[in-house]
Each structure stands twice: as C-alpha cells, then as structure tokens.
Design a protein around this ligand. Structure first.
Ligand code: PMP
Length: 406
C-alpha cells in the first residue's frame, strides 16, 4: 500500500533521493507531493488527494490560495527582508491586526515556528524572576530544548536529558492537580486549549477558567499554546475566546498564521508584554515582511470569506456525518471546529491513515486509536461530502483485509 516505497515510479525515485540526502529524523515520509491547489494535492506519480490534514494545520486556506500567492509575490518583489535592525510595514500591520483580533492591548514578538514562539514564552517566564514551570502530560510544545522541556511526552525528551528548567507536568484537564502544582514560585503555566498532537484531547468545561484563576492567585503567567488551535482552526480566532472569563497573559501562534510560510508569534499582554528588554531575545528572520504579508492575507481572507462560520458549519457536518455512519470501528468524534479526532474502537488509526491515502484522502494518526482531521478552513460542502462517502469503505478495508499488519 506504500506507493512511496517502490523504486520504479516518480514517487519511488523522489523517496530514494530523500533517503540519500536528508537526515533520518522523520523516518521516511510516506508520500512525495509535487503540487497543491485548494484542498487538493498531487503526488509525483500524478495521483490526486483531498487534503484533510492540511500540513498539520499549516494550511488555513488550502494550497496556493490566490490571496496568499498575490501578497507573497507583491512583498518579495518590493521588500523581501530587512533584518531586525530596521522597521518594515508588514510586521507592524500584522501585529496590529493580531492585537485587534485579541481585542486587547499587548505586544507581539515574531519568529519562525511554534517551538520558537514557545521558547520566547519560556524566556518571558524566566524574566518574572521565578524559575518553576507547570505543563501538562501529553502536551506538545515543540522540539527545541526549552519547548521540549515543556512538552509532556517523556519518550521525546529522554534522549536529550537534561532539559532546561524546573518543569512539573500534571495530568491534562485536571484543575485540582494544577492547583496543587502551582505555587508562589511558579513562573508560568503552559496549556494547549485542545491537545492536538496527543490525539485531539479536549479538556473538561471550565478547565481553562480554573487555570486562569489558579495562576492569577499565585502570580504565575498563563501561557496558552494556540499553535495548533489558533487562527480560526476551532471556529474562533483563538480557541480561548470560546471560554468565558479566560484572559491569558501570553498566547503562542504559528502553523496556520503564515499561510504556508514559516511564521510564529508570541503575543503577550499586561506585565508579560514588558518583560523582554532590548538585547535579550531575537531571531534573524523574525518579522520577515514576506511571511508577515502572507499572514495578513490569511487573516484578511478568513474575515472576508466568513471562514469562522464555515469552520463551525463543516465541523458539525463532519461530526454528525461520521457518527451517524454507525460504523463498528468508530467510537465517537471529538475536538473543536476543524480540529477533529475520530476515536476508533480499536487501535487501528495508522492503518486507517494508510487506507485513506490509498483512497485519495490525507489524514493522520496522532494516537493509536485516533484519526485526526484538519482540513483547510475553507473546506467546501463537496469535499466534506466526498470524505463522508469514502470513510466507510476505508474503515471496512482496515477491519477486514489484513492491512492491520502493515
Ligand atoms: N505547539 C503545538 C500545540 C503544536 O501542535 C506544535 C506542532 N505540532 C508546536 C507547538 C511546535 O510547532 P513547530 O513545529 O512549528 O515548532
């Protein structure tokens, strides 16, 4: 079933060259892709796929969206990059625009990835004068050393110990455990509003609000990692805005923000916004005008095309459609907006991912029993319907034909 494995095809050839020239840190990716347009992708052999994983939430608007293509072309042709010794319009405009969407005064630090956005949050935490940090079991915050220290997945940390910081990990969604771990010495608490990499885990209602109260009581900063949930993914500009009474001190963003270009942001409010002093942090490409122009195009398009409403609508459609299939391998669907996890009744998610790929649909499997869906925010009725049509056959194939040994 692994079309990327064979040597006598364009897919196989690109895969062999990948093996020869790139480090093996990802293992060998399954599929060499050569073109994208909207919700569609094509592999090197010309096979077409519907993209229901969106580069893991990177593609808010799908592939080659005209607004992003136009903004990037216009910007790189006029002012490509200026370094942080100078000011340019796009990062200023994007920061203003983000703050407007947060509806609060604050300050933005631009960088190039989610891990880097969390590294800046880590440093802001240190500048409170406290060193202890609290994060969640199963949480994912990135692969750089500071972000990895906050990540709650011991298998990813183990080869790289010791990691910086004094980080306590607590069970996700458990407000009591959080209250017990946070003290007057705690610099920050970092939480994902929905744990994406851990299998689309949604915390109980009231969890973020409790986290806000607990951190406020001890003077710890509340950092929300919205790298995966932000920029409309859940049907809100930022997922915390769906939770009443939650105003974080820091929000980290990346993925969907850049419309496919590397762009991260650390957004801080109140005293957290004033902690970094001149010379204490930076990155060469931070605030790159081309990436920021793409970011502005993404935000403008989400607003202009009413995509937050589309996310809510397609989310309902997919959820109801999937659950009403009544397929024996489907237990239930969880998540928020277009960050959905199909929870299987058996740990066959990877096999389902492969069967879906054979059927021309790209999904992924963040946990052994969870198939994750993260289609573009502008997913259309036809694409949602096509997915619902093909899903039963995909799951039948997993159940019945021995693929589970793959
Ligand atoms: N935080 C969260 C919640 C993420 O899902 C990810 C990426 N999966 C990251 C941080 C790290 O982002 P990046 O890969 O851009 O460093």
């Amino acid at each position: 079933a692994d079309s990327a494995g064979a040597g006598n095809s364009a897919n196989g050839e690109l895969t062999e060259r990948w093996r020869g020239a790139l480090m093996n840190n990802y293992g060998t990716p399954r599929l060499p892709l050569v073109r994208g347009a909207g919700t569609r992708l094509w592999d090197a052999d010309g096979k077409q796929y519907l993209d229901f994983v969106g580069g893991i939430a990177v593609n808010a608007l799908g592939h080659a969206h005209p607004a992003v293509v136009e903004a990037v072309g216009r910007q790189i042709a006029s002012l490509g990059h200026v370094s942080n010794l100078f000011i340019a319009e796009p990062p200023v405009a994007l920061a203003e625009r983000l703050l407007q969407l947060f509806g609060r005064d604050g300050k933005v630090f631009f960088c190039n990835s989610g891990a880097e956005a969390n590294e800046a949050a880590f440093k802001i935490g240190r500048l409170t004068g406290r060193t202890h940090m609290v994060a969640t079991d199963g949480g994912f915050h990135g692969r750089t050393m500071g972000a990895l220290a906050l990540t709650g997945q011991p298998g990813k940390q183990e080869p790289f110990l010791p990691l910086p910081g004094e980080v306590t990990h607590v069970p996700y969604g458990d407000a009591q455990a959080l209250a017990a771990a946070v003290t007057e010495e705690t610099a920050l608490v970092i939480i994902e509003p929905v744990q994406g990499e851990n299998g689309v885990v949604v915390p109980p209602a009231g969890y973020l609000k409790a986290a806000r109260a607990i951190t406020a009581a001890t003077g710890a900063l509340l950092v929300l990692d919205e790298v995966q949930t932000g920029i409309g993914r859940t049907g809100h500009w930022f997922e915390y805005q769906a939770h009443e009474g939650v105003l974080p001190d820091v929000v980290t963003l990346a993925k969907g923000l850049g419309g496919g270009l590397p762009l991260g942001a650390t957004v801080a409010f109140g005293r957290a916004a004033e902690l970094l002093q001149p010379g204490q942090h930076g990155t060469t490409f931070g605030g790159n005008p081309v990436a920021c122009a793409a970011g502005l195009a993404v935000l403008d398009t989400i607003a202009a095309e009413g995509l937050l409403d589309n996310v809510k609508r397609q989310s309902e459609r997919l959820r109801e459609g999937i659950e009403s299939l009544g397929h024996p391998l489907i237990d239930h669907v969880r998540g928020a907006g277009l960050l959905l996890g199909i929870v299987l009744s058996e740990p066959l998610a990877q096999q389902a991912q492969h069967a879906a790929q054979d059927a021309g649909f790209l999904v992924n499997a963040p946990a052994p029993n969870v198939v994750r869906l993260m289609p573009p925010l502008n997913l259309g009725d036809d694409d949602a319907a096509a997915f619902l049509r093909v899903l039963p056959g995909v799951l039948d194939a997993v159940n019945g034909d021995g693929r589970s040994g793959e």
